[in-house]
Design a protein around this ligand. Structure first.
Ligand SMILES: [Zn+2]
Ligand SMILES: [Zn+2]
Length: 264
């Protein structure tokens, strides 16, 4: 069984988070199920069918490596991905359920910062569906051996009370019938927030930030996170996983930012 890294929290902090989580879950259970986006009845889901269908998808051609939407290619010419041309990520392939635009951005922010944990099931289910569709008939060959969430530093875990990537990974693993492990990766440094840093600074900022205490010889890993922007954090994790013996590292996220991150 995966060991959840909540042991570092003090009793008061754990109680405070438990009350907050229980309050959010109870409130959601007691209220009639209405869609969080349009307030119409939504059955047993937090988002109704019509709103789910309208969530922004990644359309057209995407970079096979980092899932960035690519423009043009009317004549079948291979388009170079600006992000991968700038810095090829250490993971093999990224998949995203949605494009990081409204209202997916709001849903993810509410989930992360507003303690809307009831969205985890919805997110995990859609991540699993996207992967199953991609794996298709080659499922046996394409599916990973282990699902690993992007780790959160203990300091951030204390602030937030949960790791959003672990909650998504847990739910996706349930739907996929695959094992997951919340402590295969450890975040060693509470690195400066990535937002606001130039791309090169982001990559430098993450050097040595992660560690993998488990032997993963020959394992195919699916690394899960909420959003892929530049891929710098996910790439740093993939490097560490490969060092631990993993032979393939795929990335699965809820949303991919549709704009190249290399210039930011
Ligand atoms: Zn709706
Ligand atoms: Zn790319």
């Amino acid at each position: 069984m995966p060991l959840h890294r909540t042991n570092d929290l003090s009793l008061t902090q754990r109680l405070r988070h438990a009350i907050r989580h229980a309050g959010a879950l109870l409130g959601h259970a007691l209220l009639p199920q209405t869609c969080v986006l349009c307030s119409l009845p939504s059955g047993d889901k937090p988002v109704c069918g019509a709103c789910t269908k309208d969530l922004p998808r990644l359309t057209g051609q995407q970079c096979p490596r980092c899932a960035l939407p690519l423009q043009g290619n009317a004549n079948g010419i291979q388009i170079t991905c600006p992000d991968c041309a700038h810095h090829l990520p250490a993971f093999d392939k990224a998949s995203a359920v949605w494009s990081y635009g409204f209202p997916v951005d709001t849903l993810i922010q509410d989930f992360k910062y507003g303690h809307h944990l009831y969205l985890a099931g919805f997110f995990g289910q859609h991540l699993a569906r996207t992967l199953i569709k991609q794996w298709g008939t080659a499922r046996g060959n394409a599916q990973p051996d282990l699902i690993v969430p992007m780790p959160l530093h203990p300091n951030r875990l204390k602030d937030r009370g949960f790791n959003q990537a672990a909650e998504i990974a847990r739910q996706a693993a349930k739907h996929l019938g695959l094992p997951w492990c919340s402590d295969a990766l450890i975040r060693l440094y509470d690195t400066a927030p990535q937002a606001g840093l130039r791309r090169e600074e982001r990559w430098a900022n993450l050097r040595g930030a992660f560690s993998c205490p488990k032997p993963l010889s020959g394992a195919r890993i699916l690394l899960v996170d909420d959003v892929l922007t530049t891929g710098a954090s996910l790439s740093a994790c993939a490097q560490v996983l490969r060092h631990a013996g993993a032979t393939r590292i795929d990335v699965a996220v809820l949303a991919r930012t549709p704009e190249p991150g290399h210039a930011k």
